[in-house]
Design a binder for this molecule. Structure first.
Ligand SMILES: *Cc1c(COP(=O)(O)O)cnc(C)c1O
Length: 354
């Protein structure tokens, strides 16, 4: 499929102070758009000026939430070039999400080509400040003007780009989280493994209550017994107990993070004892009491590694590693960001240069 390109005739001024970018507020000059119509398949791939889209008030995505998305980044290296981190993994996961949400699948190789072309066109928007990056948001949603409940026949696939500031401006600060005992995020057989808007909608109430109590995130337990640990906020979670690096196994209710996968691959390469297994909150508390809970950290594209310094479970408060970043967390962070920003050699084959 050919990609038609319509360049903007009124380029926007680029942000002058990259330290004030924040996350997800500023968008570049162009976006990718592609249509799906039953019988025709995906067609009309195009890059057009970034701008508003028109939608029927009856568009199915607005009523029943048939939507999926992805999140990845493009980084600027010291020599000024631009590169992405494992974008193939994002399109692969997006097709898995599509399958679950009955959204038509797409050609992953074609989409990688389209993404490269879009980032190339807007590459001057990739920030230069250390730690800043261009956040990439691909998403698909149902557009049929119909208020009946069924999988749609018409969809839009968009990619928008947002220059974003450094996640950590003052070093890796450990976060304060608590174990969520009232709400659940996902259940076995549900949509937990898919990157779909609904999973975020159901988590907002819990996040709101956490913020009101001065906590940054919540630690989700399994939706059936509320015993096994699943993930934290919108990140996967890792524990280091007595030298063993543990993350919950993927059971269908946990989002298969690419940072999670990359962390596992690095720890294995470094010869560490690594386990993907079920782990209860009780086991974590017992390890803490025995002085064997060395590190807890979240993994995700936005923060890469987010150390947990304070973990509350009911009345029990656990202070991890003196509320300081642990050595494995630091090593993972340094290695992954080193590869992403081209400061370290890409010996894992994770980099896609633009
Ligand atoms: C996207 C996401 C993650 C992290 O995935 P990465 O690919 O590492 O960014 C973890 N949990 C949830 C719920 C997510 O949506």
């Amino acid at each position: 499929m050919e990609i038609k390109v319509q360049k903007t005739t009124s380029p926007k001024a680029k942000p002058t102070d990259e330290t004030k970018l924040g996350f997800g507020h500023v968008f570049t000059d162009h976006m990718f758009v592609m249509n799906y119509d039953a019988g025709e398949g995906w067609h009309d791939a195009r890059i057009v000026p970034y701008g508003e889209i028109s939608l029927s008030p009856a568009a199915m995505c607005l009523h029943y939430g048939q939507e999926i998305f992805e999140g990845l980044k493009a980084y600027r290296t010291a020599d000024g070039s631009v590169q992405m981190f494992r974008p193939q993994e994002n399109f692969k996961r997006m097709n898995n999400s599509a399958e679950r949400m009955v959204i038509p699948k797409f050609d992953e190789e074609f989409m990688l080509k389209a993404l490269r072309q879009l980032v190339e066109l807007d590459k001057d928007w990739v920030p230069h400040t250390d730690g800043a990056s261009l956040y990439i948001r691909p998403f698909i949603f149902a557009t049929d003007p119909y208020v009946g409940v069924k999988p749609a026949d018409h969809y839009l696939f968009l990619i928008i780009l947002s220059p974003s500031g450094a996640y950590y401006s003052t070093g890796l600060n450990p976060v304060k989280i608590y174990v969520e005992q009232k709400y659940v995020r996902a259940v076995r057989g549900g949509t937990g493994f898919a990157k779909t808007a609904a999973n975020y909608a159901v988590s907002l109430k819990s996040q709101d209550e956490a913020h009101n109590q001065d906590y940054e995130q919540v630690l989700w337990l399994d939706g059936v017994e509320q015993k096994y640990i699943e993930e934290v906020g919108s990140m996967n979670i890792f524990f280091v107990i007595d030298g063993e690096v543990i993350t919950p196994q993927l059971t269908g209710s946990v989002l298969p993070g690419i940072t999670r996968k990359s962390s596992l691959e690095l720890c294995k390469k470094w010869g560490m004892k690594v386990s993907e297994r079920r782990i209860t909150i009780q086991e974590v508390a017992d390890a803490y009491d025995a002085g064997k809970l060395d590190e807890v950290f979240g993994t995700g594209t936005a923060a890469v590694i987010s150390p947990v310094g304070h973990l509350k479970w009911g009345d029990k408060i656990m202070t991890i590693n003196d509320n300081k970043i642990g050595s494995i967390s630091q090593k993972l962070y340094d290695t992954m960001t080193g590869i992403q920003y081209g400061k370290l050699p890409d010996d894992m084959g994770w980099i896609e240069k633009i």
